[in-house]
Design a protein around this ligand. Structure first.
Ligand SMILES: C[S@@+](CC[C@H](N)C(=O)[O-])C[C@H]1O[C@@H](n2cnc3c(N)ncnc32)[C@H](O)[C@@H]1O
Ligand code: SF4
Ligand code: SF4
Length: 804
């Protein structure tokens, strides 16, 4: 039940018969501020204004303040306004002026607005905030929706329970529920004395500085300390029961939580941490984390930080340190997660040191399940003509058995896989599709998918979501005509429906790490005028990434469709699109503005003609993109069906597959690990240390550049480790940046597009900036006409200087 329907029911209910609508919303806000774990961390008390005024001998009557919240640690009072604005209402200056003056009437430390609208404020209202001397926080519908409060129960009873606290409905006898209820019961009995150590909250800190942005929800962060623990064994695990409280908005930037450890003589430091991710938000979860080995009889202290980027609050109900555990699901998962963390650290060392032979697996794999496709996009190298379409649809596909064998070797070390390649990853057998997710579940690997979207609704179910990292939809037009022309006559309506379906699915999951939604847009002469409007249209989905790239040339017709030869036109429209991305704060992997043409004004007649062609048709396609309110409403689980919880429980029952680096050890001489580099070189290969690329016939290529050299094949006695350190793969890495650098690397459009630098900025959470630094393109990096003719993937062609 959503908070909206809960309020509707609540306001019709009999238990508060005399209250008007605003007063009822005040009651609901009071319940929320007093009980929601995030708010609890900030406020030790919340009262009706009248009660507070009497207690504090305050004779004032302040208009528009309904509640007063007392900050923890004697930090003062916050005035609260509760207004039942319509969700479609945008707050204007009149709505807030008398409330803002409350800060002058009484020395409140902050102002908090409770409302039901999430829409951006009118400019006048935003400007008015700038004149207020204390911070103002606005909590809207999504904060209420995403709180840990069970609104369905609240609507029924007028009482507050956190999600999962309600007595289970019906006859619950199976073990999954019993375990869950047991955990809950434990949590509940300890909850009232809640031994939760919440340090200074972000809200608390904000109140002493002036930071006002009403469009960004404010969320608490927390850190919890535990210890000392006197260890009786050297190999230990940390066992935790936690509740990770996080809003939907906060889940966008949530990446991971951290467990810090130190011995008595040490300080907490970034060198002594274990990263972990609770799977769900606002649910109680039991986690086991593998710790590094300690000396005998060590005394150890711990600190748990909710997140690296300051979102969410972690409530730790139980924290134990236990010696070597039996080989149960949680222990196995803990060991796999430790292996992944170690692999990620080693990848950074290898990239920083430009190592050629690697003592680690990649942290991710790009996997082509099939080269076949259900579409014939005109620009596609593998399906753009009847001949190549037919050829690629006949090529060998991954078999479930082959996939499982490869996964059992590599997945324990992988953080993620990306399903992409020459074909459509959803265009595979049900058996193979389910095998991918079974293995992802078994080894806790996240799955990204680049798709045309047509089969996604059928393929992707709620129970897959805990393992979905990103779904990237390829949409190469804002207009339905352009989309059809570029994407094999596909209907834009169908693809936008798939986008909405996925968006709803991801919003209803209550996962701590939000399944990401991205869009890909291939830049061509026929669609570049639409790019900025496309970004405005997809902004409603709050995409996590807009990925775009110039057209790679495979066919003669594409030589005239590419914009690489008209950089001033590309610059003109890219600048528009980047402004739209900056406005909506959407990160991008996009081509840079070409510096050598930055001052060149494009021919006004050409721009006029391109704009005219777009605007004359735009009205017909606009309704397809129209924002639909329902797709923006996150839904809380109803407490009866819980496919995600069920899937997670199953994954906790797994058995162990081998975990050792002996396969790699056999291929190279393992050297002691180097310290982490301070910074990675911005011009580097984004593949060969970090991401392995597997084709549908199980061959491994150096990277995802079209026609990259094949360096081996997995299967028939050959392990992935052997191919990852094969003679050719090691040589490709070693020759990079030297006089012997392979021609494929000299002519690499990934390097020209400077994705490595953009990814660095993104991982540091920097906003997208229009890149105007020195840049130009070498057309040879984008032209694959020769390779297409021969399907060349052999090493000598990739290596030969001046191969073209
Ligand atoms: C080959 S497809 C495979 C995944 C899936 N079938 C899809 O279309 O998203 C991967 C991406 O490559 C893009 N692509 C195909 N041909 C291209 C070309 N000639 N230049 C640039 N991008 C291209 C597609 O638009 C798509 O976004
Ligand atoms: S959907 Fe993807 S693989 Fe299929 S034709 Fe289009 S671009 Fe190529
Ligand atoms: S062509 Fe070379 S530099 Fe470019 S992605 Fe491939 S291996 Fe890396």
């Amino acid at each position: 039940m959503t908070v909206l329907s809960s309020i509707a029911k609540f306001t019709r209910g009999t238990f508060v018969p005399l209250l008007n609508m605003d007063a009822r919303f005040t009651s609901l806000s009071l319940a929320y501020l007093r009980n929601d774990p995030v708010q609890l961390a900030s406020y030790e008390r919340v009262q009706l204004f009248e009660d507070w005024a009497m207690e504090n001998s305050c004779a004032l009557s302040i208009q528009d303040v309904q509640l007063v919240a007392t900050l923890r640690n004697n930090e003062g009072f916050v005035a609260v306004q509760c207004r039942l604005h319509d969700p479609a209402h945008r707050i204007n200056q009149t709505d807030i002026s008398s409330f803002l003056s409350a800060s002058e009437t009484y020395p409140f430390k902050g102002l908090l607005m409770m409302t039901l609208t999430d829409l951006p404020w009118h400019e006048g209202a935003k400007n008015a905030l700038g004149d207020v001397s204390v911070p103002t926080i606005c909590l809207g519908r999504s904060d209420l929706e995403n709180s840990a409060i069970n609104w369905a129960y609240f609507a029924r009873s007028g009482e507050v329970a956190l999600i999962g606290e309600d007595p289970p409905k019906g006859d619950v006898t199976n073990s999954i529920h019993t375990t869950f209820v047991d955990t809950l019961a434990k949590f509940q009995t300890r909850r009232h004395g809640l031994r939760v150590l919440v340090s200074k909250t972000k809200i608390g800190r904000n109140l002493s500085t002036k930071t006002v942005d009403p469009t960004v929800p404010k969320i608490s962060t927390s850190s919890v300390e535990r210890g000392p623990f006197n260890l009786s064994a050297t190999k230990v695990y940390a066992d935790l029961d936690i509740l990770f409280s996080l809003t939907w908005a906060g889940s966008q930037s949530y990446a991971y939580s951290k467990l810090y450890y130190r011995m008595a003589h040490q300080e907490f430091s970034e060198d002594r941490t274990v990263c972990f991710k609770p799977k769900r938000r606002n649910h109680i979860e039991t986690l086991r984390l593998a710790l590094p080995e300690f000396p005998p009889d060590a005394t150890v202290f711990f600190r748990i930080d909710a997140s690296a980027h300051g979102v969410g609050t972690i409530f730790v109900n139980r924290f134990d340190v236990a010696p070597q555990q039996a080989d149960t699901g949680p222990t196995i998962l803990a060991d796999y997660n430790a292996a992944k963390e170690q692999t990620r650290a080693m990848v950074i060392q290898s990239e920083g040191g430009q190592k050629a032979a690697l003592s680690h697996y990649p942290e991710s794999l790009s996997i082509e399940l099939t080269a076949g496709c259900n579409l014939t996009c005109s620009h596609c190298s593998s399906h753009g003509t009847a001949e190549v379409h037919d050829f690629h649809n006949r090529l060998q596909r991954f078999t479930p058995e082959g996939f499982a064998l490869m996964a059992d070797e590599v997945f324990p070390y992988l953080t993620s896989i990306c399903l992409v390649g020459r074909g459509e990853p959803t265009f595979v057998s049900h058996q193979l599709w389910e095998c991918v997710f079974e293995k992802a579940k078994q080894y806790n690997v996240l799955v990204s998918i680049v798709t045309n979207g047509l089969l996604l609704t059928k393929r992707l179910r709620a129970e897959h979501m805990p393992w979905v990292d990103t779904i990237m939809f390829s949409i190469d037009g804002y207009l339905s005509e352009t989309m059809a022309a570029n994407r094999g006559n596909v209907s834009l309506v169908t693809v936008v429906e798939a986008l909405r379906h996925y968006d709803r699915l991801r919003r209803s999951t209550e996962l701590a790490r939000r399944p990401k939604l991205s869009v890909s847009f291939t830049l061509k002469r026929n669609n570049i005028a639409e790019f900025a409007s496309f970004i405005e249209a997809v902004a409603q989905f709050k995409p996590d990434l807009v990925y775009s790239r110039h057209l790679l040339i495979f066919f003669e017709k594409q030589a005239t469709e590419t914009l690489l030869t008209s950089p001033e036109i590309a610059n003109h429209y890219l600048a528009q699109a980047y402004r739209a991305m900056a406005k909506h704060n959407i990160p991008g992997d996009c081509p840079p503005i070409v510096a050598e043409a930055a001052d060149r004004v494009p021919d006004p007649d050409v721009i006029k003609a391109m704009n005219y062609a777009f605007t004359s048709q735009r009205a017909q396609s606009a309704p397809i993109w129209e924002e639909q309110q329902d797709s923006l409403v996150p839904c809380l689980s109803d407490g009866v069906s819980d496919p995600i919880g069920d899937a997670l429980m199953q994954s906790a029952l797994m058995t162990r597959a081998p975990l050792n680096l002996s396969q790699l050890a056999a291929t190279i001489d393992i050297k002691p690990d180097q310290p982490q580099p301070d910074a990675l070189p911005p011009d580097r290969c984004i593949y060969f240390h970090r991401t392995g690329v597997l084709m549908a016939d199980q061959s491994v290529v150096t990277c995802a550049r079209p026609y990259a050299a094949t360096v081996g094949r997995v299967g028939e006695g050959q392990s992935f480790a052997q191919v990852w350190n094969s003679k050719d793969m090691v040589q490709c890495r070693g020759d990079f940046g030297t006089d012997n650098e392979w021609s494929q690397c000299k002519e690499c459009w990934y390097r020209e597009s400077r994705y490595a630098g953009q990814r660095d900025s993104r991982s540091e959470q920097q906003a997208y900036e229009m890149d105007t630094a020195e840049s130009s393109y070498d057309l040879r990096s984008w032209d694959f006409r020769d390779e297409l003719d021969n399907e060349v993937r052999d090493v000598s062609a990739a290596r030969k200087p001046g191969a073209r």
